[in-house]
Write a protein that binds this ligand. Sequence first.
Ligand SMILES: *Cc1c(COP(=O)(O)O)cnc(C)c1O
Length: 474
Amino acid sequence: MGSPENPSFTLMESLPPEPYRIKMVEPIRLPSREEREEVLKKASYNVFRIPAEHVFIDLLTDSGTGAMSHFQWSALLRGDESYAGAQSWYRLREILQELTGKAWIFPVHQGRAAERILMNAFPVRGKVFVSNGFFDTTRANLLLRGAHPIDCPSPARPSSDHPDLEVGPPPFPGDLDLATTRQILMRTPPEQRGAILLTLTSNTYGGVPVSFHNIQQARALADAFHLPLWMDIARLAENCWFIARYEHPEKTPYQIAREICRMADVLLMSAKKDGLVNIGGFLALDDPTLAEQCRRELIAGEGFTDYGGLAGRDLEALAVGLQESFDFQYLSTRIAQVRFLASLLEEAGLPVLKPIGGHAVYVDAGKLYQDQIPPEHLPASVLTAFFYLAGGIRVSDLGTLAFGKLQNNQIVQPAPAEVVRLALPRRVYTESHLRYVGRIAREITQTLPPWKGFRIVDAPDVLAHFTARLEPLI
Ligand SMILES: *Cc1c(COP(=O)(O)O)cnc(C)c1O
């Protein structure tokens, strides 16, 4: 897996040519301006409510939206759909054991199923969990079970004031703040300490990587407090590319990944990201007692241990996808695409969060509209809707609707930041698509938004961004 040695990095100045070519196409269409106005209105200004056929460039998420290779498509055909002992399962298990070194591997239909299983199996109630950045569902799964998740991101996390687009040598912006973590653990009584969880890369704080050094230190800290170290490895390959690029150029991303996995007690993976599949995930661990609990949870809620919630063909696609995801050329192209998009958006005048991570560009809508739209009027939602209106581009609103406190359709507390995310699906869009997004971004910065802000018509109190209905202020 991966290339035997890292090729030169001079490619990073521009966009390297994609190490694949197109063999099947899916037509996409840009609706007219009038249609887009109509679609937005019908969707109550929430892009989650827009039927995908009306979207031209879809940057809502990189989750499950990637393109599979012809190796993956052909592997689907040899999917063994036996309930127990399917060959597809043995093939996947071998690849996962080689990568993770873990004795127990449980396939699941997606990442949050692994979270649910682990957190039902491990006594989390009343305990403190510390992370460089909990993903929303990880946090929700802990909160639902009465645990206390605490984010401890590095103080160097991305911001629009940061001078460089590029990550650079360690410390990495996705690192866990070790000193604060230690303080939190010190003031927590031993019986209330749960685990340290590292999210690779840190999706919550810009998709930025965690350094190898920081992972080692986190392991040592967990040992000092006799705590397990859990890792959420949804974007392990991308994280390892940054380590190979800036910290350990003598190693391949795959070699690094193997070492990282062996530092964890528990691994959780949503394979819809770096697994290069449209559905899938797994949970991997060594502790036989915990494994027995997880096995029971898996069978009760997800499926038998040999397939999780997946079809045999899904297991095949994942086995192939995981290997492809560590390819150095593929990763270099992907991460260069993300950086290229960021540079276009920045040139267009959007305040992007820097340095740039591995899967998405994050824009500070609060800063862009600081003189026009106060947080109560949802600047991130306005920018999100504007991307669709101006160019049929769907991005994701990670502002107050997603992270603010709402009650009865009122904003009790705005989110700490009004962020909009442009996530790049893997192997899907080309340079000209990205340039188009850059052109639309310029249009957006050169005109005032057509709305003074939005008002919530109705929204649930939690995770409002998925279903909220909005209406423009007049
Ligand atoms: C997507 C994601 C998850 C959850 O996985 P799903 O497959 O969406 O259920 C967990 N952690 C991180 C970091 C993620 O990006």
